[in-house]
Write a protein that binds this ligand. Structure first.
Ligand code: 5AD
Ligand code: SF4
Length: 354
């Protein structure tokens, strides 16, 4: 839960003001304000979270995602319980204080199996354990919390209900919001977020996404660009939010980077205490974009700690950066990135500031 002192300090922006920031000619004032708030609230430390992708199996059919069950050309993998525990503990011993276990919605990782894995990692090290395994019933979330999970990541993806159900066939936004409420109620620190530039998404939807993040009082908000995957139904799509801004295909990456950075900056103003990652998707869109995000409000980086042989199979979107590098290489690369923008690697568990 965001601390009350942060709520007092947050800038209240209405929808029109947010739309103004998303469309104005020159966002430099917005970026500077976000950077100031980030400095005041979080200092110059950047947290690195270790992301372990434990399975790329998924039962779902999200139109945007390369892991969707319908993508039959993807070679699937599932790490064993022993592998997961070993990798997580090794990452914690190497200095990463938060380990995220992420997978598609894989029915083989049922409540008992995941609880066993969490308990084993918890027993062996004091890393903060974050889960990102999709939608489950309250009983499963409660079991994992009791086993030692501290945080949960579940993006709402878009706040537009109609668009949500179109992109996630058979699913409803309200169920996802209910999951987020359940997680909070169980004492998890909760992360969510959206994608920027989805086909069918307007600038108004993006403003609503940001307002929803603030309303949910998220501890973490991941804001990343949508990158079309060739093996999905959205392979050749274009977002109206970008068309509204008079940019067409050639300028897509550049404009999408700008729209994502603006979204991160606005999120920083309206949620000063929240952790905001400079997302891997943003870094995959344009090189150097993560460094820009660190200067426009972001204070977290994700380090992919999945074994190199499996990393490239976690093919959510094409041309993801850091797919072939070893954990050791990624660790020093992250440090260099952080130092290149005048910041330092923050140690500690990175709970939301009280
Ligand atoms: N482009 C960018 N991000 C994507 N995700 C899924 N597909 C894509 C894509 N094509 C993100 C979603 C999801 C997370 C696992 O990856 O936000 O929550
Ligand atoms: Fe599965 Fe998540 Fe991808 Fe949807 S976004 S297909 S639930 S991995």
């Amino acid at each position: 839960m965001a601390a009350s002192s942060s709520i007092d300090r947050r800038t209240v922006l209405d929808r029109d003001a947010i739309l103004g920031h998303l469309t104005c000619q020159d966002p430099s004032g917005l970026f500077a304000a976000a950077d100031r708030v980030r400095t005041q609230e979080h200092g110059d430390g950047v947290m690195i979270r270790g992301l372990l992708e434990i399975s790329n199996h998924c039962n779902e059919q999200c139109l945007y995602c390369g892991l969707r069950a319908g993508n039959t050309s993807l070679q699937r993998f599932r790490m064993t319980r022993e592998q997961i525990v070993t990798e997580a503990i090794a990452a914690a011993r190497s200095g990463l204080e938060t380990i995220i276990l992420q997978a598609g919605e894989d029915w083989r990782f049922g409540p008992e199996v995941v609880a066993g894995i969490v308990a084993e990692i918890r027993k062996a090290c004091d890393a903060t354990i974050t889960l990102s395994l999709g939608e489950f019933h309250r009983g499963a979330y409660a079991l994992w919390r009791a086993a030692g999970a501290d945080r949960y990541l579940l993006k709402f993806e878009t706040s537009n209900q109609t668009l949500y159900s179109r992109l996630r066939p058979g699913r409803e936004l309200r169920d996802r919001i209910a999951c987020l409420a359940t997680l909070k109620d169980l004492g998890y620190q909760v992360g969510s977020g959206n994608m920027v530039g989805l086909p069918g998404q307007t600038l108004g939807d993006l403003a609503d996404d940001l307002l929803l993040m603030a309303r949910l009082e998220l501890d973490m908000a991941g804001i990343g660009p949508f990158i079309p995957h060739p093996r999905t139904p959205l392979a050749d799509t274009m977002s109206p939010a970008l068309i509204e801004r008079n940019d067409r295909t050639a300028a897509r990456a550049c404009d999408l980077e700008d729209l994502t950075l603006r979204s991160v900056a606005i999120a920083r103003l309206i949620m000063p205490g929240a952790h905001l990652p400079a997302t891997t998707a943003l870094g995959s869109l344009t090189s150097g974009a993560r460094e820009k995000a660190l200067k426009t409000g972001a204070n977290v980086l994700m380090q992919d700690i999945t074994p190199v042989a499996l990393k490239s199979l976690y093919d959510i979107y094409p041309d993801r950066i850091c797919r072939t590098e070893s954990a050791a290489h990624c660790g020093s690369c992250m440090k260099n990135k952080i130092e290149s923008v005048g910041r330092y690697v923050q140690s500690g568990h990175g709970d939301v500031r009280a």
